[in-house]
Design a binder for this molecule. Structure first.
Ligand code: SAM
Ligand code: SF4
Length: 473
């Protein structure tokens, strides 16, 4: 290890894109000879990979930065970096509110991180690297400034070798009025299919069984670099042929791009998981229009009907925002009706959070009181949870196939607390997932991690299936 080698700690907030970015950043730093540690106290470089989608996520980072100030006073050699969406959105504001920060690096500049850390360590002072704003420059320049971070993953030490996220698109062009993503993640750009195939082949060679393709609107994927346009359905056919890959998944879908070709590919390709996350956001046309989602609730319901016709056993999940600007109780009732009728496997429900720089923030008033948002959030969750519980009921006594991911949260806590109280040689509570993204918990040997195996379900709740593995050695 060279004299400049550092011990870095990285914390990720937010979506799967951020988890993937953190994994890639960590791999790049390891490759450069640095060491990863799992506690702030043991680190000399602290990296926070941030999220700007809701105010709450930003508040958490500013509060953590507040706590890091004292540590930095005691250890001035500590390097503190703010990475990702908040860095792009708040830029100079971060240095103003937290002058002890050394690095502010946007999602389009993560490839420079290793060099930037070295520059700070060498006494170069605070470093700011972000992409161009979407307003004020031409599209080609903005695209170029959001440099695609897709480093070579051959030598990567990945946290779960049998599973991998693979980004197939960067950015978003939809500009839903509430959403900061198009601003902080830049213009929508699809990666060339050849590059994705290459990456997945290498992952498969390294023992990866399950690949999750990522994009903000993953089903609008379009590679136009070759003689014919390659869409998501085509890409799935291409990836399906890769030996070793057993499961292919993709998130997040936009309702407008759920094409017949995509549903056919899902029906015809056994490795493609029958699972679709297609956020509806609202069940009211007035709200969908104000959100600029580009579809009506009738269109969304018709899309659901098409999915169920083509893929009767598919699990569909959704996101909803409650308390959007100008939303009435009647609008909320219509959202509740959609949740009841659609019978989603599960839904993520968010209280609207005004985001500076978005159209909604500029044009509308965030006029639904916090108490109403909270009540509606709870009400919608209760409706969804009752459906999820009913939906899990038929699985009692059935045998499902899962990919074993690792120790469950309970097992991780237990082993952190007291390793001597384990049940026996390597037997822990494990967690895995079905192809429909159902979480299954069972007891078994840690040697089962990374295996695909049958589990018989003995107990259920709204979120989890509990079972017994048929093979436990
Ligand atoms: N691209 C995805 C899509 O269009 O569904 C999701 C991106 S966003 C990171 C994930 C979810 O956060 C969205 O589906 C939406 O429900 C929620 N979200 C985005 N902006 C929000 C805001 N300002 N307030 C509350 N929730 C928000
Ligand atoms: Fe945000 Fe809409 Fe783009 Fe999703 S599709 S990232 S919600 S702007």
């Amino acid at each position: 290890m060279d004299a400049m080698a550092r011990r870095f700690f990285i914390q990720s907030v937010g979506c799967q894109m951020n988890i993937l970015d953190s994994e890639l950043v960590a791999a790049e730093l390891l490759r450069a000879g640095h060491t990863q540690v799992d506690a702030i106290g043991r680190a000399d470089t602290i990296l926070l990979n941030t999220c700007s989608v809701r105010q709450h996520a930003e508040d958490k980072i500013y509060s953590l930065l507040g706590r890091l100030k004292e540590i930095k006073q005691e250890r001035p050699e500590l390097i503190i970096g703010v990475l990702g969406c908040m860095a792009q959105k708040d830029r100079h504001e971060i240095f103003r509110r937290a002058p002890h920060v050394d690095l502010v690096v946007g999602p389009g500049q993560l490839g420079q991180l290793t060099a930037l850390i070295e520059r700070v360590a060498a006494g170069g002072g605070p470093q700011l690297e972000i992409s161009l704003d979407r307003i004020g420059s031409d599209r080609a320049s903005v695209e170029r400034s959001f440099v695609q971070f897709a480093p070579d993953r051959t030598a990567v030490r990945r946290p779960a070798p049998h599973q991998a996220m693979v980004r197939i698109m960067f950015g978003c062009d939809k500009f839903c009025t509430y959403c900061v993503v198009p601003r902080v993640r830049g213009p929508e750009q699809s990666r060339p299919a050849a590059e994705i195939l290459d990456e997945v082949r290498r992952l498969a060679d390294n023992g990866c069984l399950e690949v999750t393709l990522l994009g903000q609107t993953v089903n609008s994927y379009r590679d136009t670099t070759g003689p014919r346009t390659i869409e998501l359905a085509d890409l799935l056919y291409m990836l399906h042929g890769i030996d070793g890959i057993r499961r292919l998944r993709f998130v997040t879908n936009h309702p407008k791009h759920t094409t017949a070709a995509l549903l056919q590919a899902m029906r015809d390709l056994p490795k493609v998981s029958p699972y679709l996350h297609v956020p509806a956001q609202s069940g009211s046309n007035a709200i969908l229009e104000r959100m600029k989602r580009g579809y009506t609730v009738e269109f969304y319901r018709e899309m659901l009907a098409r999915i169920h016709e083509m893929l009767p056993h598919a699990a569909v999940t959704s996101d909803f925002i409650v308390g959007f600007c100008g939303e009435t109780e009647e609008d909320f009732r219509q959202t509740a009706d959609l949740v009841r009728d659609a019978r989603f496997k599960n839904s993520f429900i968010f209280k609207y959070s005004g985001r500076p720089g978005t159209k909604a923030d500029e044009l509308y008033v965030d006029d639904v009181p916090e108490a109403v948002k909270r009540r509606q959030n709870n009400e919608l969750l209760a409706i969804q949870n009752a459906i999820s519980l009913e939906d899990n009921q038929p699985l009692l006594g059935r045998t499902v196939e899962i990919l074993v991911e690792g120790p469950s949260k309970v097992a991780k806590k237990r082993s952190a607390r007291d390793s001597s109280r384990s049940k026996g040689e390597g037997i822990v509570q494990l967690v895995g997932r079905t192809t429909c993204d159902r979480i299954v918990v069972f007891e078994g040997s840690t040697e089962l991690i990374g295996r695909i195996l049958p589990v018989t379900i003995e107990k259920i709740d709204a979120f989890t299936l509990f079972g017994q593995a048929s093979m436990t050695s």
